[in-house]
Ligand binder design. Structure first.
Ligand SMILES: *[C@@H]1O[C@H](CO)[C@@H](O)[C@H](O)[C@H]1NC(C)=O
Ligand SMILES: *[C@@H]1O[C@H](CO)[C@@H](O)[C@H](O)[C@H]1NC(C)=O
Ligand SMILES: *[C@@H]1O[C@H](CO)[C@@H](O)[C@H](O)[C@H]1NC(C)=O
Ligand SMILES: *[C@@H]1O[C@H](CO)[C@@H](O)[C@H](O)[C@H]1NC(C)=O
Ligand SMILES: *[C@@H]1O[C@H](CO)[C@@H](O)[C@H](O)[C@H]1NC(C)=O
Ligand SMILES: *[C@@H]1O[C@H](CO)[C@@H](O)[C@H](O)[C@H]1NC(C)=O
Ligand SMILES: *[C@@H]1O[C@H](CO)[C@@H](O)[C@H](O)[C@H]1NC(C)=O
Length: 408
C-alpha cells in the first residue's frame, strides 16, 4: 500500500454520568495493535480482498477513528479541558500522547460538531444529515438513503468500519458484552455499542451483505494491517473503555499511546499519503457553541505544516466534503454540499482549488441545539419526512449527486 491518507476522525463524546472513572485502569487489550487477541470474541477469518489503489489528489486512504466523550467527573473534566482546549499546548503537552500528536499534526481550532448528543454526529459524518435525531437510541435509517459508502463504491474505493469489540463481522446488534479483560473477576462488559458504528445504522449498508462484511473487528484490523490490506477509507471505533466513554481522558490517552502512536510509525498504516483527523463528537457543554478539539495527522501532511494551526471553519460534514474533493467524488446533496458547513481541509482545498468560506468568530453559526431540528427521527414531535437530496447541489468533488434505483 504505497499511498495512504487516513482522515482519522476521533469523534469523542463526553459521557461519565454515573460512572466512577477511577474504577478501571487501562490495560492493553492485545500485545500490539497488529496482533490478534483472545480478548476479542471473533478471531479473524482472513484479510479483506486487496483491490487496486485509487489515487487521490492529496491522500490515498482516509480513516475516521471514533472516540466518545467524557464529562461530569471533576478530575476528568480538567483533563477534558486539556484535551479540548485548543490553544493550551503547555498543558496538553503534559500528556505525552497528546504532545506527540499535536507536534506531528495540524491543529484545527475552529472545528464544530453539528448537534447533541453523540449519535446524530456520527450519523451525519457518513450520511450528510442527522435526520432530526437527538438521542442515542437504536435507529435504522431506511434503505433509500445514500451514504459515503455509495460515493466510494461508485469509484471502486475500498472501505471498512473497524469496531474494536464487535463480536462478528457484519454484526448489526445494538450492543455486545464480552469477557471483562480489565477486571477479570467481574462479569462480562458491554464494550461495543452500535451507536458509535455510523455506517451500520443505514439500511442501505446494513441490508447488503457485501457491505455488512466490511464491518470488522480489531482482530481483523490486526490481520489487515499486517497484510498491508487496509482499505482506503476507514472508520475506526475503539471499545467503550478505550474511547473514554466509560472511563476518562487519561484512559483514552493511554489507549492512543498503545494504539495510535505505534501505528503512526508503521508504514502499513501511515505512509506519506495518509491523513488522519482526530476530533471529538461534541462539546461537553450545550450552552456554548459546539466547538471541538481536532487535529489532522499522518504522512500526507507536509513537514512544513506540522505543528501549525489551521483556523478555517470546519464541521463533521468536512470529512465528507474533503473525501469528495480528494477523489473527485459525487455528493449526497445534503449537509456535505452546504457551503456554510462543509469547508474542505485547507491541505486538500489548496490542491483541488475548492473555495472555502471564511467564516470566523461570531459569524460561525450555532450548531449546539439538540432536538430542535425537524426530521424523521426527531424525538420531540418535530416530524418531517426523509428529505430527498438536492439534485442541483454541487459538492467539493464536482461529481453528480448520488442517485441509483432505490437509493438517493
Ligand atoms: C469499478 O470496478 C468494476 C469491476 O471491476 C468496473 O467494471 C468499473 O468500471 C470500475 N469503476 C470505476 C469507476 O473504475
Ligand atoms: C470467523 O468465523 C468463525 C466461524 O464461522 C466465527 O465464529 C467467527 O466469529 C468469525 N470471525 C469474525 C471476526 O467474524
Ligand atoms: C513517499 O513514499 C514513497 C514510497 O515509499 C516514495 O517513493 C516517495 O518518494 C515518498 N514521497 C515523499 C514526498 O516523501
Ligand atoms: C466547548 O466550546 C467552548 C467555546 O467554543 C470552548 O471554549 C471549550 O473549550 C469547548 N469545550 C470542550 C470540552 O470542547
Ligand atoms: C446550510 O447550513 C446553514 C447553517 O446551519 C443553514 O442555515 C442553511 O439553511 C443550510 N442550507 C441549506 C440549503 O440547507
Ligand atoms: C493553504 O494556502 C494558503 C494560502 O496560500 C496558505 O496560507 C496555507 O498555509 C495553506 N494551508 C495548508 C494547510 O496547506
Ligand atoms: C425513503 O423511504 C422512507 C421509508 O420507506 C420514506 O418514508 C421516504 O419518503 C423515502 N424518502 C425518499 C426521499 O424517497
Amino acid at each position: 500500500m504505497k499511498s495512504v491518507l487516513y482522515a482519522l476522525v476521533c469523534l469523542i463524546p463526553a459521557v461519565l454520568a454515573g460512572t466512577d472513572a477511577g474504577a478501571q485502569t487501562f490495560k492493553p487489550p492485545s500485545s500490539s495493535p497488529t496482533a490478534q487477541s483472545t480478548n476479542y470474541v471473533g478471531q479473524s477469518n482472513g484479510t479483506l480482498p486487496l483491490s487496486a489503489l485509487v489515487p487521490g489528489k492529496v491522500f490515498d486512504r482516509f480513516v475516521q477513528v471514533a472516540l466518545p466523550k467524557f464529562w461530569h467527573h471533576s478530575s476528568v473534566l480538567i483533563k477534558a479541558q486539556i484535551w479540548l482546549e485548543n490553544t493550551d499546548f503547555a498543558v496538553a503537552s503534559t500528556t505525552p500522547a497528546f504532545q506527540s500528536l499535536t507536534q506531528q499534526g495540524i491543529l484545527l481550532n475552529a472545528y464544530y460538531a453539528l448537534t447533541h448528543p453523540s449519535q446524530p454526529n456520527y450519523a451525519a459524518t457518513v450520511g450528510g444529515d442527522y435526520w432530526g435525531m437527538a438521542d442515542d437510541n437504536l435507529h435504522s435509517i431506511p434503505s433509500n438513503i445514500s451514504t459515503i459508502v455509495d460515493l466510494l463504491e461508485a469509484k471502486n474505493i475500498s472501505w471498512a468500519s473497524y469496531q474494536e469489540n464487535m463480536p462478528t463481522d457484519g454484526f448489526t446488534g445494538s450492543s455486545y458484552a464480552s469477557k471483562n479483560y480489565i477486571n477479570t473477576r467481574a462479569s462480562s462488559y458491554t464494550y461495543y455499542m452500535r451507536k458509535h458504528n455510523p455506517t451500520i445504522n443505514y439500511e442501505s449498508v446494513s441490508l447488503v451483505p457485501s457491505r455488512t462484511a466490511r464491518h470488522r473487528n480489531f482482530n481483523d484490523f490486526a490481520v489487515d494491517v499486517t497484510a498491508s490490506a487496509l482499505p482506503q477509507w476507514l472508520f475506526v471505533t475503539p471499545n467503550l473503555v478505550n474511547d473514554a466513554h466509560d472511563t476518562s481522558i487519561d484512559f483514552a490517552a493511554q489507549w492512543l499511546q498503545y494504539w495510535l502512536l505505534p501505528l503512526l510509525a508503521d508504514p502499513r498504516f501511515n505512509d506519506n499519503r495518509t491523513l488522519i483527523l482526530l476530533t471529538f463528537d461534541e462539546n461537553e457543554s450545550t450552552n456554548v457553541n459546539n466547538q471541538v478539539f481536532s487535529v489532522l495527522l499522518g504522512g500526507a501532511i507536509p513537514q512544513g505544516l506540522r505543528g501549525t494551526t489551521d483556523s478555517t471553519y470546519y464541521t463533521h460534514y468536512s470529512p465528507l466534503s474533503t473525501v469528495q474533493a480528494n477523489w473527485g467524488l459525487g455528493s449526497l446533496g445534503r449537509g456535505d454540499t452546504n457551503k456554510t458547513l462543509s469547508n474542505v481541509y485547507s491541505l486538500v482545498a489548496n490542491v483541488t482549488g475548492y473555495k472555502n468560506n471564511k467564516l470566523s468568530g461570531s459569524s460561525i453559526p450555532s450548531t449546539s441545539s439538540s432536538g430542535k431540528t425537524p426530521g424523521p427521527l426527531n424525538p420531540n414531535g418535530l416530524y418531517a419526512p426523509y428529505p430527498p437530496p438536492n439534485l442541483n447541489a454541487v459538492g467539493a468533488g464536482g461529481g453528480p449527486v448520488f442517485v441509483s434505483p432505490g437509493i438517493h
